[in-house]
Design a binder for this molecule. Sequence first.
Ligand SMILES: Cc1cc2nc3c(=O)[nH]c(=O)nc-3n(C[C@H](O)[C@H](O)[C@H](O)COP(=O)(O)O)c2cc1C
Length: 178
Amino acid sequence: MGKIGIFFGSDTGNTRRVAKTIHKKLGDDADAPVNVQKASIDDLLKYDALILGTPTLGEGELPGLDSGGSAESWAEFLPQLQGVDLTGKVVALFGLGDQEGYGDEFVDALIFIYNQVIESGAKVVGSWPTEGYSFEASKAIVEGDFVGLVIDHDNQKDLTEERIDEWLEIVKPELLAA
Ligand SMILES: Cc1cc2nc3c(=O)[nH]c(=O)nc-3n(C[C@H](O)[C@H](O)[C@H](O)COP(=O)(O)O)c2cc1C
């Protein structure tokens, strides 16, 4: 078993592809990414270090039934973390969004995962600067930075790989030290 668990939700596959790229770059340090549709809370709790990824769908929502995305995705999975103790766990987040199409709710869904894992006692690492993106508003900003890596596959596909590389350099040591 790798040290790092990667869990994601995805509607059209972009987040899954980013999760796979992250896994490839981490090699043996991480296990193969798992769609939360196929995961249980116990699967997640096996790891002290986690990478959690989500697209934003609907109107600034997590993927799930209400946002028109796949059923049993983050919107249904996340509430199961209520009351679960994640103390001692280190979590890094990544989110996909579309800054041109949804510039006033850009990657909003990240904040729901952030708030829940913080409430459950985890330490979140890997905040990410807002420079290089053009948008009006995002709920996923805490103290001036995005709460995790932000990927815009729709408009800035060519930046995806370098963003992943730069972010992994920051989060990898913290995840491996968990
Ligand atoms: C119906 C719909 C609603 C969306 N709503 C948002 C949104 O509110 N904010 C945002 O940043 N991106 C939004 N997006 C863009 C997606 O997050 C983006 O295309 C992402 O790459 C999809 O990832 P996936 O292929 O893993 O589902 C929306 C896309 C669709 C199709």
